[in-house]
Write a protein that binds this ligand. Structure first.
Ligand code: ADP
Ligand code: VHF
Length: 369
């Protein structure tokens, strides 16, 4: 295999082996495989969960004796993150590999400039042979600025690092036809060529009490990374030689085929970076123009506005049935959009007293879902 950049995401379920402590013996084994990956000439980015679990362990707390409030989780993450990074540092040091910590929130990726700064920083680490160890900055992230789960964060990391592969390691061998924890008949799906609504319907939440998001967020990550041309594999973190087998080209779990026509860089960011602040409801004609003809969205085709957004914020483009058909950057704030929706573009200047052009969302700022 040619030299590649590979993101390995390690879920809490893998790092604790299903217990309430970090399983350091297994972490050593994972680092051994990561070192082999590097020895083969590949670049490695690690996205690690486990800060909250490490905090709980250090303070000798269990799920039962601390309430899962946001403040408590942030407190546990603040204690645990430093333990977690120290553990990774010590383990990678055995193989003479340096690590660098990157703690991100969605706010760091919200505007294009901050996104590009984070990208430069990640690239600088890789260029110097340092393994980026990424987690969400849980201690400071409020609900509004959180990515929320490390599956989506790993897709963002893969886009930032222009990775070739994203390996999501968890406590199941891959995506099953139903959650295998409560469906013993469920079957492993080895390959997914398209993440259709039927595939999405198979993915449930996390019921172990350890992880965040379950298979649902792993599919979101697979979709975002796949649209950027990145191959995604979900596999069991305890499967023997799972990382080394992947780089040798073996099937190790569920493989998601990436698109053969990756989105350009700016559109990758639109899909993965800024959180949508509102919705534009499109009439049928506008939906057709946007989806089938690749047109920009004009105010004329907008029949409803939801949410408070500023000029330059990301918004969801919804059809009349309430399904998101696209996401894009809106050129007018919500207050203005409410005044110009349904109007011909020539009327914008007259109604607002100023204008930023004829389109509400330009096709260069728009990604179909
Ligand atoms: N269709 C499915 N196939 C496999 N696992 C599923 C499915 N639906 C839900 N799950 C759940 O997803 C869990 C893995 O996600 P999660 O608990 O968030 O782990 P992690 O900490 O690795 O992110 C599994 O333990 C399983 O219970
Ligand atoms: N950032 C959190 C983990 C969040 C998360 O998504 O967890 P997981 O589903 O186990 O990957 C932590 O370090 O505890």
């Amino acid at each position: 295999m040619s030299k590649q950049t590979i993101v390995v995401k390690l879920g809490t379920s893998v790092l604790t082996s299903g217990t309430s402590k970090l399983d350091r013996a297994h972490m050593i084994e994972l680092v051994r495989q990561c070192a082999l990956l590097r020895k083969a000439g590949h670049q490695l980015i690690v996205v690690t969960s486990g800060a909250i679990a490490a905090g709980r362990e250090h303070l000798s707390l269990t799920h039962g004796n601390i309430a899962p409030t946001i403040a408590n989780k942030q407190m546990l993450a603040a204690v645990g993150q430093s333990r977690l990074i120290q553990t990774w540092e010590r383990l990678f040091n055995i193989y003479d590999i340096h690590v660098g910590q990157m703690l991100l929130t969605r706010a760091d990726l919200e505007d294009r400039e901050r996104f590009l700064n984070a990208k430069d920083m990640l690239k600088a680490l890789l260029k110097h042979g340092i393994v980026p160890i990424i987690n969400e900055n849980d201690a400071v992230a409020t609900a509004e600025i959180k990515v929320g789960d490390n599956d989506n964060l790993s897709a963002l990391a893969a886009i930032l690092g222009e990775a070739n592969k994203l390996l999501l390691l968890t406590d199941q061998p891959g995506l099953f036809t139903a959650d295998p924890r409560n469906n013993p008949e469920a079957k492993l799906i080895e390959e997914v060529s398209e993440i259709s609504p039927a595939i999405r319907a198979l993915a449930g939440d996390s019921i172990s009490g350890l992880g965040t998001g379950g298979m649902a967020t792993k599919l979101q990550a697979a979709e975002i990374a796949g649209r950027a041309g990145i191959e995604v594999v979900i596999a069991a973190g305890h499967k023997e030689n799972v990382i080394t087998r992947l780089i040798e080209g073996h099937n190790v779990g569920t493989r998601f085929c990436p698109t053969s026509t990756p989105l350009e860089n700016r559109k990758q960011w639109i899909l993965a970076g800024p959180p949508p602040h509102g919705e534009l409801v499109l009439d049928d004609g506008a939906c057709k123009a946007v989806v089938e003809r690749g047109s920009s969205l004009l105010p004329k085709g907008i029949c409803g506005i939801k949410g408070e957004f500023n000029r330059g914020d990301a918004v969801r483009l919804m059809n009349l049935e309430g399904r998101e058909i696209a996401r894009g950057i809106c050129r007018y704030q919500a207050k203005d959009m409410n005044k110009i929706k349904g109007l011909h573009s020539e009327q914008i200047d007259k109604v607002l007293g100023y204008g930023y052009g004829s389109v509400a969302v330009h096709r260069d700022d728009l990604v179909l879902k």
